[in-house]
Write a protein that binds this ligand. Sequence first.
Ligand SMILES: Nc1ncnc2c1ncn2[C@@H]1O[C@H](COP(=O)(O)OP(=O)(O)OP(=O)(O)O)[C@@H](O)[C@H]1O
Ligand SMILES: [Mg+2]
Length: 509
Amino acid sequence: MVSDYLIRAEGINKVFPGVKALSDVYFTLKKGEIHSLMGENGAGKSTLIKVLTGVHKMDNGSLFFKEEKININSPQDAQNKGISAVYQEVNLCENLSVAENIFIGREPMRNGKINWKQMNVSAEQLLFTRLNIDIDVTKVLSAYSTAIQQMVAIARAVDMSSGVLILDEPTSSLDKNEVNQLFKVMRVLKEEGMGIIFVSHFLEQVYEISDRITVLRNGHYIGEYQTKELPRKDLVSKMIGREWEESSNQKHKSEKQTSAEVLLSGKNLARKGSILPLDIELRKGEVLGLAGLLGSGRTELAKLIFGIDKPDQGVLYLNNEKIRSLNPKSAIERGFSFCPEDRKVEGIINDLTIRENIILGLQTKKGLLKYIPMKEQEKIANKYIELLRIKTPSMEQRIDNLSGGNQQKVILARWLATNPTLLILDEPTRGIDVGSKQEIRQLIFDLAKEGITILFISAELEETVACCDRVIILRDRNKVGELQGEIMTESNIMDMIAKGDEIDEAIPS
Ligand SMILES: Nc1ncnc2c1ncn2[C@@H]1O[C@H](COP(=O)(O)OP(=O)(O)OP(=O)(O)O)[C@@H](O)[C@H]1O
Ligand SMILES: [Mg+2]
């Protein structure tokens, strides 16, 4: 009988200094299936993928490709077999064109020279016909949004793979439409007989797209399941290793009394090309959400408040006093903290340790000359490693050795450690597993209870509704509404994002 298996991996082991990332892991991928690899942050998903693509060499174990025993010694080796991957961290060259990024290392040649014309035409066709994306492929990649950049990385992998396509958290920066677009492409490839490995912390997506699921926990193989036969609750229980109940966040809200005292207010705040004039008020101990589509102005508004961008008009008041100098340094001194959306660009410093990365915000707040004693640094780092369950053998580990979700937790820790009065969280749970997501939500509630004001941005409406006391809806860089209380529901927010009118009627008097 001809086997359906494209990949069979048995007894895979991989040790990093101080960490057993994979212990006797078993994994199979069939032809024409989409297989989700699930597990908590640091469970070993990316490591397994990197073993399959020759980025990491396994310590021992057996790999079979179409039932033939193989060794994969390098990414090139994997590619030659038709195994391609899009990694969690997009590895593209921002200063090259879109077409160059797609064909880098395999440029079409003519008479010993790169055939630019053909390269551009092929890139255009690939993006347009397979992924339905119509962009100028001669422009540099940096001219495009993260979402488009992600699609370019996917296009490159799709074009190169001839059997196995691996997508490690490809959807974390995509919006709903883009995810649908990607899923359409994945379904077509599946029909063509390709095997696809999919990693995502969005359970709905996993259930929508995958045929089978393999669960890893702490580097161990837990099991392989038909998606249809594995209820959500059981999946999460297997991931975290104990019974899991989806907690009800509503309870918290009804208990809570938001103080009416205003901490920060902005009047007529605007910046050309970024935000149209709007008013905003943040009360003490309140979690205020900003909702809207990608590009609606959520992050831009947060950047104005933190002083990363300067408003061209309008005034900000802190405790009723006009703020005069507005820049990130004075914002930090004032007690503001901003946990940014893109941890690669604005967040982690690769060659520093976890401790150093955590301490950075507080050090900036105190002034760079007021050195924080080592004992104190260790105490703070330890506290947050425990609080956020950052998975690492030591706080002296370089941050780039952590798994993606654990890096995100370090950045969150950096800003929590500054003991802010205003905490701006831009997509704080991106790439974070379901269990930790719930814990971070709880943490946000606790901080708000202590009187900290939180400005919360998330593309996930479900999360926005669960976390926030009030939400401002943005559309095309315009504030179009505000909701709170009973009527702050996902569907009402969606309506306002779509229609963008009837602002005042929505606010209960
Ligand atoms: N280059 C490395 N050096 C040292 N340790 C590493 C390295 N890469 C990964 N690890 C460790 O191996 C373990 C598994 O990490 P991995 O990146 O595979 O997790 P993951 O399941 O992909 O998690 P996430 O959901 O956060 O992306 C983690 O404890 C991580 O810290
Ligand atoms: Mg990972």
